[in-house]
Design a protein around this ligand. Structure first.
Ligand SMILES: [Zn+2]
Length: 113
């Protein structure tokens, strides 16, 4: 057995053997502060699921379409035409029991379908 060097994500503590892979992971880590979109916990956010394209997000309060860091990681077309979801929003409301973690799990599984 040999001991190996590894790199650990600052946010979720996952380990990587390759430094560059760890750097990329940290950029798109679910727990990274820059990926904590306020919208994902907000009741105003509307999720639109087209039959033939990726999920889209729309906020009727600010009249804007948004994408998440997951779309950036997957380099989806919507990244070029929608705004990145904000981390803080003064119109934020949460009246549902859906948690951000629930939504992120849904996104991870369904974004590309
Ligand atoms: Zn991580």
């Amino acid at each position: 057995m040999k001991e190996v060097q590894a790199y650990k994500c600052d946010y979720c503590e996952k380990l990587y053997k390759v430094r560059g892979t760890c750097i990329r992971h940290e950029k798109y880590c679910r727990l990274a502060p820059n990926n904590q979109h306020a919208c994902l916990w907000c009741s105003n956010l509307q999720k639109i699921t087209p039959i033939d394209g990726p999920i889209q997000f729309y906020c009727p309060k600010v009249h804007k379409s948004f994408h998440t860091y997951v779309a950036e990681r997957r380099n989806l077309k919507c990244v070029a035409i929608t705004e990145r979801m904000p981390l803080i929003c003064e119109l934020y409301e949460n009246v549902s029991s859906l948690t951000g973690a629930d939504l992120m799990e849904y996104l991870q599984n369904n974004y590309n379908k």
